[in-house]
Design a binder for this molecule. Structure first.
Ligand SMILES: Cc1ncc(COP(=O)(O)O)c(C=O)c1O
Length: 382
C-alpha cells in the first residue's frame, strides 16, 4: 500500500470522482406520494428555530424494496412508523447498513450536497460485506434528490445547519434461518440539524480503550453497519465514566496502533508539518471527510501519510512536544480538535493548533458555497 493517497486513489475515492448525472435527470425516479398531514408551516419553523441532532424528522421518506431479485416500489412516501414482522431477520441478525450525508442551503437559497457518489459507493461496499443487495448508485443519489426536493422547506438556513440525510437498508424478510435475506427494505429519512459547534470550536477529550475493540481482521469494521456501533456503545460509556467525550479504538491484533473513534477518523499533525492518519487496514471506516481532507491538504502542498500510528510513540511525542495538533473528522462535525488523550495509564494534554480550524473553514466554505469548489465535490439538488 502506498503511504500517500495523492498517488493512489482508493476504489471509493475513484467512484466519488465519476460525475453524477444532474439532479434534473435523476429526479422522479422516486415518485412523490405527498404526506396528507404534513406539519404546519408554524410547527416546522419552530423546529428549525431550535435545532439539535437527529430528533426531528421531515414530512417524507424515500423508499424502495428489494424482492424477487430486484429493487421495486421506488417512492417518496409520508414519514412514519415502519410495519415489520417480529421475525424480520434484521431484528435477530443485524443485517443492516447505513450512510450519513448532508444537504446544505446556500446563500441564494439553492440546496446542495457533498460527494454523494462517495456515499453511494460506500453504501454498496457496506452492502456487499453484509450480503445485502447493491443499489444502483444513480438511484441512491436520486432518492436523496427526490426526498430533498419534496422536503426542501426542511433544509435550514442558520449558519452551520443542514438537513442530515440517513439512507439505510435492512433485511425485512420474516425468517429465522441464519442466511442472507431475500427481502430488503431501503429508506432515506431526513432530520434538520444545527451547527455542531455552537459556542466556538471546543476541543474534545478522547478515552483510549484497551478493554474493547470496535472491529477485528476480516470483520465488518470497514462497513457502515449497525453492529459496529452497538459494539462501540459500552466503551463509549467507559469514555463518559472517565470524563471523556469520545472513545478511541486500538487494533485488535497488536493492541498498539490507533484506529479510529466510535464515529470519526483521526489525524495527527507533527511539529515538522507532517500529517498522518491511520491507514486503511480493513478494520476502520474510510471516511468521506478523511478522504476530502487528504485531497485538500495534498493540494496545498502538505505531506499526508496514511500510516501505522503506534500509541506509545504518539504519547512519547506528546510528552516531548513534537505533536502540533490532533483532530478528528466526520460528516457531523467536519473536523474537531482533540484537546486531551487519556487511558488507564496516561492523561495527556494535546496542543490545539491552527490547521484544524483552517481545514474546518475551507471545507465548510466549500459546502456552504462561500468559495469556489475546485475539487468538483458539490452536487446541486435544487
Ligand atoms: C466509525 C466511523 N468512522 C469514521 C466516520 C467518518 O466518516 P464520514 O467522514 O464519511 O462521515 C464515521 C461517520 O460516518 C464513522 O461512523
Amino acid at each position: 500500500m502506498s503511504d500517500n493517497e495523492s498517488t493512489t486513489l482508493t476504489p471509493l475515492a475513484q467512484a466519488a470522482s465519476i460525475p453524477v448525472p444532474p439532479a434534473d435527470e435523476l429526479a422522479g425516479r422516486f415518485p412523490l406520494h405527498p404526506n396528507p398531514t404534513p406539519v404546519t408551516d408554524q410547527q416546522r419553523e419552530e423546529h428549525l428555530a431550535s435545532l439539535s441532532f437527529g430528533t426531528v424528522f421531515s414530512d417524507h421518506m424515500a423508499y424502495a424494496r428489494f424482492t424477487d431479485g430486484q429493487w421495486q416500489s421506488h417512492s417518496v412516501v409520508p414519514y412514519g412508523p415502519i410495519a415489520l414482522s417480529p421475525a424480520a431477520s434484521v431484528l435477530h441478525y443485524g443485517q443492516e447498513v447505513f450512510e450519513g450525508i448532508k444537504a446544505y442551503r446556500h446563500e441564494d437559497g439553492s440546496i446542495w450536497t457533498f460527494r454523494p457518489r462517495y456515499n453511494a459507493a460506500r453504501f454498496n461496499a457496506s452492502a456487499r460485506r453484509l450480503a445485502l443487495p447493491e443499489l444502483c448508485e444513480d438511484d441512491f443519489v436520486a432518492s436523496l434528490v427526490d426526498l430533498v426536493r419534496a422536503d426542501a422547506q426542511w433544509v435550514p438556513s442558520a449558519p452551520g445547519s443542514s438537513l442530515y440525510l440517513r439512507p439505510f437498508m435492512f433485511a425485512s424478510e420474516a425468517f429465522l434461518g441464519v442466511k442472507p435475506a431475500h427481502t430488503v427494505d431501503y429508506y432515506v429519512i431526513a432530520s434538520p440539524s444545527g451547527a455542531y459547534f455552537k459556542g466556538g470550536f471546543t476541543p474534545v477529550s478522547i478515552w483510549v480503550t484497551t478493554d474493547y475493540h470496535r472491529a477485528g481482521r476480516g470483520g465488518t469494521g470497514a462497513a457502515k453497519t449497525s453492529g459496529n456501533y452497538a459494539a462501540s456503545l459500552l466503551p463509549q460509556q467507559q469514555a463518559y465514566d472517565n470524563d471523556c467525550d469520545q472513545v478511541c479504538f486500538l487494533d485488535d491484533v497488536t493492541q498498539t496502533t490507533i484506529e479510529e473513534l466510535g464515529g470519526m477518523n483521526l489525524f495527527v499533525v507533527d511539529t515538522d508539518g507532517t500529517i498522518r492518519t491511520p491507514r486503511l487496514t480493513g478494520t476502520i471506516l474510510e471516511g468521506g471527510t478523511r478522504s476530502a481532507i487528504i485531497t485538500l491538504l495534498t493540494s496545498k502542498g502538505y505531506t499526508v501519510k496514511e500510516d501505522t500510528i503506534i500509541l506509545s510513540e504518539l504519547t512519547a511525542q506528546l510528552q516531548a512536544g513534537t505533536i502540533a495538533e490532533i483532530f478528528a473528522c466526520g460528516t457531523a462535525a467536519v473536523v474537531t480538535p482533540v484537546g486531551r488523550l487519556k487511558s488507564e495509564t496516561f492523561d495527556l494534554e494535546v496542543p490545539v493548533g491552527e490547521l484544524t480550524p483552517q481545514i474546518h473553514r475551507t471545507l465548510t466554505d466549500i459546502q456552504y458555497g462561500r468559495v469556489e469548489d475546485p475539487f468538483g465535490w458539490m452536487y446541486k439538488i435544487c
